[in-house]
Design a protein around this ligand. Structure first.
Ligand SMILES: *[C@@H]1O[C@H](CO)[C@@H](O)[C@H](O)[C@H]1NC(C)=O
Ligand SMILES: *[C@@H]1O[C@H](CO)[C@@H](O)[C@H](O)[C@H]1NC(C)=O
Ligand SMILES: *[C@@H]1O[C@H](CO)[C@@H](O)[C@H](O)[C@H]1NC(C)=O
Ligand SMILES: *[C@@H]1O[C@H](CO)[C@@H](O)[C@H](O)[C@H]1NC(C)=O
Ligand SMILES: *[C@@H]1O[C@H](CO)[C@@H](O)[C@H](O)[C@H]1NC(C)=O
Ligand SMILES: *[C@@H]1O[C@H](CO)[C@@H](O)[C@H](O)[C@H]1NC(C)=O
Length: 812
């Protein structure tokens, strides 16, 4: 260490010491002219130098963007919530001064620069007080208030703080460096997004949740105050106009804060809950999709929390910076973003013109600042925007808006025709390639299988014995004799699963078992290893438990807990042999249990497990009709190259998600799809594909979408079922099923969300109806759902090899 550094450190220590001595404890209630403070002097008190009498609030320096910069603010101590900031855009260093000078002016000073000031010099200010309400005031003669922090709110309002015409809340800027503003304008309270041309997106007059005051003297809105659990709106004469109740907690002593967040949403927080505070569920605006930027610009916000970039933009959402004016007309093209869309600012905007969609596109192409247009085809309203946040889905029942976005294209409009030709060509090539790969995979698999069955497996057996012995906390290891005895020489066959037959067995101690005898050892060994090692340690009330296993010579057996009522398919099909039909409650609990079992596999297990073969045959029922998922863990070791082979062998036609067929990545969302089909079958009491039904009903998923769209959900229900008209779970379950079987993987909810929706813990939004009636559906599983079955023909024509493979897997 150099000499100068030692001196510097020494000085610093001395300075710190003297500072601490000098500052003592924070002042309480008020300070007098002549007071000065810096963060460094009050570092022992976290920079706080003035407390309110009740100690609830404090004024001081608070760490800003990083640990070396600070802002001057008022904080609610128990909750650490800042309720006011001098000027959040200006931060100070630890040695910059807060000064209350003898002229009565108050300011923050760095060198000779004033970073913030009250401008109250010469007003005979006698004291600065921090009131128990959190208001910081400058008192003049006769205790008059010369200046107050409540007059200059930042992004937060607290109980009792009056927000008046002329004031403005400004949120912290979001990641795109844009803020949202709250103001009283023309007798309304308005939220607006601070684009170059501000876009309003919420107003209290348009919010149906406000209630009118009994006193209907309708003046113009002038001020707003948080009173107990409601936001009260007053006119110039302080007569109550409206109320907005945001909490059930009406404790009059609660201290509420309304906070305008960077995402454009106002949340309400009870500060008295201190660190454990959480925002109330009631928010402004009501739907999180209708804030400025829940998602990135141009993304579509679904389901209150999901963001998806429209396919036309190829994942380029949020980064579209097209300067349209620098492009000549011939280089401008329009990308179709989608239909059934809505945009949060439309309700506050007037259309540029009313015309046809082509005229709307033309208006945008000749308007330099226009980048995006939204068009209502029933009214002809055409809206042009220069900047835009995220889209949202239109309300159910409305047709919504069509949207196009200006993009550059090098070859102009002829180019787009060529593009279409290209697209068709690419689609054809893709289909051919998929078919070829599927064919090769099939041949390859068949070859491997043949080869494997020739392998002398004694060596492998040894290896595997060691492998199994090395596993601790494993289920019981049975001998082959044990299981032969238990199953009376495999005499009572109760089913046939993916890897072999299942037999009923009883152990000497009376425990009932379902013993699965794996067949085709050459191929079964791998699956056996996978199954035992994975599922041995998984326990969940909605998953079938592995009780034990047997690995002896060529024998590979798994012993599961016995499920008294067998598999679900026996209970829901119309021509099932079951003695009774299941009532709605039982069906609902089966659906919920299955969802919980899957949610556990997907999200709570140590390793994420994708089941890959969800179907009624793999949902087993115990004596009390509690559902348990079986056959899981088999797909865990599946590698990407094998997955196509796996598909055709494992997944069962009718339950397969479209990505299996389209060769897109498989994820747990593929299980969600299969679950959705099973849920529909539970609700409808029929198979997803039933050629015995009338042509319209043959393919149940498409029929369900059609009936739901037409507002006839009862048509989807099992006609044999008795149910309570008022049971909301029925329509909710239908909606959940339709969400799960969305073609678009991102739209399907995660299983945990499915559980919550079924349990009624969150609202089930209206599911999107796939545009199978519309133009651009690609080769997808969903087309199997066409009423006339044409799509099946498409697949079989273009991909014979694939279809025959599907049939190979056959019924289980
Ligand atoms: C704080 O309490 C003291 C003593 O009760 C009182 O004189 C003073 O006015 C109070 N100050 C404020 C700002 O409430
Ligand atoms: C702060 O919290 C503590 C403990 O939770 C409580 O005892 C105290 O009354 C609270 N103070 C205020 C001013 O709310
Ligand atoms: C409040 O009063 C207005 C004007 O009378 C009326 O249009 C509106 O429906 C009322 N709103 C509610 C929630 O009662
Ligand atoms: C109704 O209006 C009168 C006169 O403006 C006022 O005195 C009274 O407090 C109001 N009542 C309510 C509930 O706001
Ligand atoms: C041009 O587009 C902007 C939005 O970018 C819109 O506000 C304006 O009204 C349009 N001008 C005309 C003449 O349509
Ligand atoms: C489109 O215009 C029609 C006719 O004015 C209107 O009823 C409908 O609500 C509009 N659609 C949307 C999504 O606003």
């Amino acid at each position: 260490m150099s000499f100068s550094a030692i001196i510097r450190n020494l000085c610093f220590c001395v300075f710190l010491f003297s500072g601490t001595c000098f500052s003592g404890s924070p002042l309480v209630g008020q300070i007098r002219p002549g007071f000065q403070a810096s963060q460094m002097e009050w570092v022992d008190h976290n920079g706080r130098f003035l407390l309110s009498n009740n100690s609830a609030f404090s004024l001081g320096f608070y760490t800003g963007v990083d640990v070396t910069t600070f802002v001057l603010n008022i904080i609610h101590t128990n909750s650490s919530q800042a309720i006011w900031t001098a000027d959040s855009s200006k931060s100070v260093s630890s040695s910059d001064k807060f000064v209350f000078d003898n002229n009565g002016n108050v300011y923050l000073k760095r060198g000779t620069d004033y970073l913030w000031y009250t401008g109250t010099a010469g007003e005979k200010v006698s004291a600065m007080q921090l009131l128990d309400s959190g208001n910081l005031v400058l008192r003049g003669q006769n205790e008059a208030i010369i200046w107050q922090s409540f007059g200059y709110p930042t992004d937060t309002l607290v109980s009792g703080q009056e927000f008046k015409e002329g004031m403005r809340l400004k949120s912290f800027p979001n990641s795109g460096d844009m803020s949202v503003y709250l103001e009283i304008l023309s007798g309304d309270l308005i939220l607006s997004a601070g684009y170059q041309n501000p876009q309003n997106f919420w107003s209290i007059k348009g919010d149906s949740r406000r209630s009118n005051a009994s006193n209907s003297t309708f003046g113009n809105l002038y001020s707003v105050v948080l009173v107990s659990n409601s936001w009260n709106f007053y006119d110039q004469n302080n007569a109550l106009l409206w109320q907005f109740v945001f909490s059930k907690n009406s404790n009059p002593n609660a201290l509420w804060a309304a906070i305008l967040g960077p995402n454009g949403m106002i949340t309400f927080v009870n500060l008295q809950r201190g660190k454990s505070r959480t925002a109330e569920a009631t928010r402004i605006p009501e739907n999180s999709c209708s804030v400025l930027e829940y998602c990135k610009p141009y993304e579509i916000c679904y389901f209150e929390s999901w963001c998806q970039c429209p396919p036309a933009l190829n994942g380029n959402c949020g980064s579209q910076h097209l300067s349209s004016c620098s492009l000549s007309d011939s280089s401008v093209d329009f990308a179709y973003i989608g239909e059934k869309l809505d945009y949060f600012a439309l309700g506050f905007d007037t259309p540029s013109q009313t015309s046809t969609v082509n005229a709307c596109i033309e208006a945008c192409s000749y308007n330099c600042s226009c980048k995006v247009l939204l068009f209502n085809s029933s009214s002809g309203d055409c809206f042009l925007f220069d900047q835009i946040g995220n889209f949202q889905r239109s309300d159910p029942g409305l047709n919504g808006y069509v949207s196009y976005m200006k993009v550059s294209s090098t070859s102009g409009h002829e180019g787009s025709k060529n593009k279409k030709k290209h697209a068709v060509l690419i689609a054809l090539i893709t289909v051919a390639t998929v078919a070829l790969i599927a064919g090769l995979a099939c041949v390859g698999f068949w070859y491997r299988q043949k080869k494997n069955s020739l392998v002398d497996y004694t060596q492998e057996t040894l290896e595997d014995d060691n492998f199994l012995d090395s596993l601790s906390s494993m289920p019981i290891r049975f001998s082959y004799d044990d299981l032969t005895r238990a199953t009376e020489s495999f005499s009572s066959k109760i089913g046939k699963g993916g890897f072999g037959s299942v037999y009923r067995g009883v152990l000497a101690d009376g425990t009932h078992l379902a013993v699965k005898k794996l067949e085709g050892v050459g191929q079964g060994m791998k699956e056996f290893k996978a199954e035992v090692s994975t599922i041995g340690c998984i326990h969940h009330v909605h998953l079938v438990k592995l009780k034990g296993f047997c690995a002896e010579g060529a024998h590979r057996l798994l012993a599961y807990e016995f499920m008294g009522k067998g598999s679900l398919d026996k209970w829901i099909c119309k021509n099932s042999e079951a003695s009774k039909i299941l009532d709605w409650n039982t069906r609902f609990n089966i659906a919920l249990g299955t969802a919980k079992g899957l949610a556990y596999l997907h999200e709570e297990c140590e390793v994420k497990i994708i089941h890959c073969d969800i179907k009624p045959e793999n949902v087993l029922l115990d004596d009390n009709f509690v559902a348990k998922v079986s056959d899981f863990g088999l797909a865990k070791l599946m590698s990407r190259e094998e997955s196509r082979v796996y598909t055709t062998l494992r997944g069962t036609r009718g339950y397969l998600a479209p990505e299996w067929i389209k060769n897109n990545p498989i994820s747990e969302k593929s299980d969600v799809y299969s679950y959705g089909v099973v849920l529909l079958e539970i609700i409808g009491g029929r198979k997803n594909y039933d050629p015995a039904e009338s042509s319209e009903k043959t393919l149940f998923p498409s029929y369900a979408f059609k009936m739901f769209e037409e507002g006839k959900p009862r048509e989807i229900l099992d006609p044999r079922l008795e149910f309570d008209e008022n049971d909301e779970r029925i329509v909710d379950a239908i909606k959940v099923a339709l969400w799960c079987i969305q073609d678009e993987m991102h739209l399907r909810p995660p299983m945990t969300k499915v559980v919550q929706m079924l349990e009624g813990l969150c609202v089930v939004p209206h599911p999107p109806i796939p545009s199978q009636f519309g133009p651009q559906t690609s080769l997808s599983f969903y087309q199997w759902g066409n009423e006339d079955g044409t799509a099946i023909e498409i697949i079989s024509r273009s991909s014979d090899a694939f279809l025959s493979e599907v049939q190979l897997s056959g019924p289980r």
